[in-house]
Design a protein around this ligand. Structure first.
Ligand SMILES: Cc1cc2ncn([C@H]3O[C@H](COP(=O)(O)O)[C@@H](O)[C@H]3O)c2cc1C
Ligand SMILES: O=C(O)c1cccnc1
Length: 338
């Protein structure tokens, strides 16, 4: 199991990222060329199959073990009234996840994913990022490692989701810190806030950036100052997946913002990631552009929890099924292109 002993170990891991197996990628690409269809006619399904082959290091990748994890935590900044819901909802939704009644439970069941629910110190909200760092270094490392622990070695595809009332605020701050732009450009309506709450949110992000930006010397420091426990956990899980060459399906705005500081440091970081969808939250489309990822789905979702990622699993499955099960031109005695 992957764990980051200290700041240096986390930062060193980010500098030394494994690459996909090029022999498997080439073998998968060659197989795509032999299947009974015009070259390229399955579009992104073909890219998905070769992507999965490279990361799983086999010519014909499989999807028997899909693992999802939902990390939950509370945010000091929520006390500023930046969400449409009270902070108690985080713990109430964790109970709902445990009982199997949330959207992600239903979607994980319907796509055959195993789901871990990981509450992180729900009774200890982070510091309010507008006036102090969200986390201490020790707390941030603990959250990164709680995330890393879900990337278990037998997982063929990992997705991560989150629950944390107010967390679109730190997500906006992390995005602005990593890729520039002002607070208003990254702040959206989250759970459905009104104009007054949106003004408070933009002000909180402005203040957070003014306070912390000069001190964000590395990716851990940025996550610690502007992030939160569930956000650091998602970053830890996605990095731990990469260290094991495990492909990752990214969810919405918050899950993508969690890796923004890692991508700012190492632009190659997202090579093992597919963007499941583009959320309706302001900022997600531009964030995906900075991550250089093309989303698979546009469904107008703005839920989080890993819901968009779970919805993309059947698409990956279909890509791998065509790749693995279609007849070749030779097998089916179909004439090849001239
Ligand atoms: C019942 C409920 C279920 C949710 N599931 C995900 N979120 C989503 O909404 C929150 C982010 O939006 P904001 O920053 O505006 O608070 C996060 O918890 C996110 O996962 C939910 C929110 C609510 C209210
Ligand atoms: O994009 C998301 O994942 C999202 C958007 C709004 C609220 N919660 C999550």
């Amino acid at each position: 199991m992957i764990a980051f002993a200290d700041r240096a170990a986390f930062l060193a891991a980010l500098e030394d990222l494994p690459e996909p197996c090029s022999a498997s990628t080439m073998a998968a690409r060659a197989r795509q060329g032999e299947l009974t269809k015009p070259a390229g006619s399955l579009g992104r399904l073909e890219e998905i199959a070769t992507f999965m082959a490279g990361w799983q290091q086999v010519r014909t990748p499989r999807l028997d073990r899909v693992r999802g994890a939902v990390f939950a935590a509370n945010h000091g900044v929520a006390a500023r009234g930046v969400s449409a819901f009270p902070a108690e909802v985080t713990a109430q939704m964790v109970a709902n996840f445990m009982a199997g009644g949330a959207a992600i439970n239903v979607l994980a069941r319907s796509c055959g994913a195993e789901l871990a629910i990981v509450p992180l110190d729900l009774d200890q909200p982070t510091g309010d990022i507008a006036r102090e760092p969200a986390l201490t270094e020790v707390e941030c490392l603990a959250a990164l490692n709680a995330g890393a622990a879900v990337a278990t070695a037998d997982t063929q595809l990992l997705f991560v989701g989150e629950m944390g009332i107010g967390n679109t605020t730190p997500a906006a701050a992390l995005s602005a810190a990593a890729f520039g732009g002002d607070a208003a450009q990254w702040c959206g309506r989250g759970t459905g806030i009104d104009n007054a709450a949106l003004s408070r949110k933009i002000e909180a992000v402005d203040q957070a950036l003014a306070l912390h930006q000069g001190h964000c010397a590395d990716a851990l420091e940025t996550l610690r100052r502007l992030g939160g426990r569930e956000i650091a956990a998602m970053a830890g899980a996605i990095l731990a997946a990469r260290l094991q060459r495990m492909p990752v399906l990214l969810d919405g705005f918050i899950a993508c913002a969690a890796i923004a500081p890692l991508v700012a440091r190492n632009p190659q970081f997202t090579s093992h990631c597919l963007a499941a969808h583009c959320s309706a939250e302001t900022g997600h489309a531009q964030l995906l552009e900075h991550l250089k990822l093309e989303p698979l789905l546009h469904l107008g979702l703005r839920l989080g929890e890993g819901s968009g990622a779970a919805l993309a699993v059947p698409l990956i499955r279909a890509a791998l099924a065509t790749h693995g099960e279609m007849a070749t031109f030779d097998q089916a005695a179909v004439a090849k292109s001239r």
